[in-house]
Design a protein around this ligand. Structure first.
Ligand SMILES: Nc1ncnc2c1ncn2[C@@H]1O[C@H](COP(=O)(O)OP(=O)(O)O)[C@@H](O)[C@H]1O
Ligand SMILES: [Mg+2]
Length: 358
C-alpha cells in the first residue's frame, strides 16, 4: 500500500488512531493495519463445552485452525460460513443460535484486532469488507458486533474493497472466489447496489465437492475426508492441460496408497468456469451498451480460489466463446486483496467522516 495515496490528508491524521482494513470472509478473516501489520485467521470460533474441556484447552475461546482442531470438545461456530451470518431474522434478534453467532462474530473481530497489535492508547477506526450478501442482509448486526471492539466502523462489500485497493473503480467487474460463494460485482464509480452483484454457489467448497465425487467414482477403495480433498486441491489446483501430475496418498483399508488424481483435480477446478462466465454475461448484458466493451475488458480475479493455476486464461477463453471476448487480470495477493483495499478506504476517508461514525 502506497502512503502517497493519501495525498491531501493532513499529516497528523494517523496520530492516536490505528486504521484497520478487515476482510471478514466466509472462510478467512484478514487484517491490514496502518502500523504495517498483516494477519490472517480462519473464520472459526470455539468455546470449550465444559469445565474439563476448559481445563484441558486452558482457554475460554479458541480461534482459527485451533478452533477447528478442537471442535469436538467445544461449541463451534463459523458465523459467516454461508456468505451471510446465520442470524435468525437477518439482523440477529431473538433465537439462541442467532445470539451465539453474533457473539462469535464479535469475538472474531476482537481477535483479529488484537492480532493487529494496537497500542493501548490508540483508537481503532476500521473499514470492514464483508461478503456481498451479508453487506445487504446483516449490515446493522455486523456493525453492532464490531462496535464492541472498534471505535469507529464502516462496512463495504468485499469485491468493492478489492477494486478500491487497485484504484480500479470505474467500469470494473470483480470476481471474488471465496470458499462458500463466488461474488461477482460490477463497479461504475459509485458504491455497488444489489443489481450490481451476483452471488454464485460455484466456489472453493463446490470444487472440493466435485473433486470428492470424482475421486470416489474412480477409486472407490480410497478413504478420504473433505479436509484431505481440500488440501489436495490447494496443493495442485490447475485448469491447465500441462499441469504437474497430482499424485496423492490415501489409505486403503488403513494402508497408505498412492493415487493419480491429475484429471480429477483439473476437471473439478474447471467446473466453476461456466457458471462464472454465465454470471459475468448477465452483469455485462444489463449494463449501458456503450460501456459494455470496457467492462468486458476490465475483469479482476480475486479471492483464495483465484490461485487456481491458469484460471484467468480459462475464463478469458470462455468469455471469448460465450460473450465475444474479454480480458481478465488476477490480483497479486489474493489473501490480502480485500483487507488492503479496506485499509486504503480507511485512509482515504476524511477525519470528520470517521467522527460521524462514532
Ligand atoms: N492454492 C489454491 N488453489 C485453489 N484454491 C485455493 C487455494 N488456496 C486456497 N484456496 C481456496 O480458496 C477458498 C478461500 O478463499 P478466501 O478468499 O480466503 O475465502 P472467503 O472469502 O470465503 O473467506 C477456499 O475454498 C480454499 O480452498
Ligand atoms: Mg473473501
Amino acid at each position: 500500500m502506497n502512503e502517497t495515496a493519501n495525498a491531501g490528508a493532513p499529516q497528523q491524521k494517523d496520530h492516536g488512531v490505528l486504521y484497520l482494513g478487515i476482510d471478514l470472509g466466509t472462510s478467512r478473516t484478514s487484517v491490514a493495519a496502518s502500523n504495517g501489520v498483516r494477519e490472517t485467521l480462519a473464520s472459526h470460533v470455539a468455546y470449550p463445552k465444559d469445565v474439563v474441556a476448559r481445563k484441558l484447552l486452558k482457554k475460554e475461546v479458541l480461534f482459527g485452525e485451533e478452533a477447528l482442531e478442537h471442535r469436538l470438545s467445544c461449541n463451534f461456530y463459523s458465523p459467516l460460513a454461508s456468505g451471510h451470518i446465520k442470524w435468525g431474522d437477518g439482523n440477529g434478534a431473538g433465537n439462541a443460535e442467532a445470539e451465539a453467532n453474533i457473539k462469535a462474530t464479535a469475538d472474531l473481530v476482537r481477535e483479529i484486532c488484537r492480532r493487529a497489535r494496537p497500542r493501548k492508547d490508540e483508537l481503532l477506526y476500521a473499514v470492514v469488507g464483508v461478503p456481498a450478501q451479508a453487506s445487504i442482509r446483516n449490515k446493522e448486526a455486523i456493525i453492532n458486533a464490531a462496535r464492541e471492539t472498534l471505535d469507529s466502523v464502516m462496512l463495504c462489500s468485499e469485491p468493492f474493497a478489492v477494486a478500491y485497493g487497485l484504484d480500479w473503480l470505474d467500469d470494473v467487474l470483480v470476481i471474488d472466489i471465496g470458499a462458500g460463494t463466488t461474488d461477482l460485482c460490477r463497479m461504475h464509480g459509485t458504491m455497488p447496489e444489489e443489481a450490481d452483484q451476483v452471488t454464485l454457489a460455484a466456489a472453493g467448497n463446490s470444487v472440493d465437492q466435485v473433486l470428492a465425487d470424482l475421486i470416489r467414482k474412480k477409486y472407490p477403495e480410497a478413504q478420504f475426508s473433505m479436509q484431505m480433498v481440500k488440501k489436495f486441491k490447494e496443493r495442485y489446483s490447475s485448469v491447465l492441460d500441462t499441469m504437474e501430475p497430482a499424485v496423492v496418498e490415501m489409505p486403503v483399508n488403513g494402508k497408505p496408497t498412492k493415487f493419480d488424481i491429475t484429471k480429477e483435480v483439473r476437471d473439478a477446478c474447471r467446473s466453476i468456469v461456466p457458471p462464472i462466465v454465465e454470471g459475468l454475461g448477465r452483469l455485462i448484458a444489463t449494463f449501458d451498451p456503450e460501456f459494455q466493451h470496457k467492462l468486458r475488458n476490465r475483469v479482476l480475479l480475486a479471492g483464495g480460489g483465484s490461485m487456481i493455476d491458469g484460471l484467468d486464461t480459462e475464463i478469458e477463453k470462455f468469455m471469448a466463446e460465450k460473450l465475444g471476448g474479454g480480458t481478465v487480470l488476477r490480483i497479486e495477493e489474493p489473501l490480502y486483496g480485500g483487507s488492503n483495499g479496506a485499509l486504503k478506504i480507511a485512509h482515504d476517508m476524511p477525519d470528520d467522516f470517521w467522527e460521524k461514525l462514532k
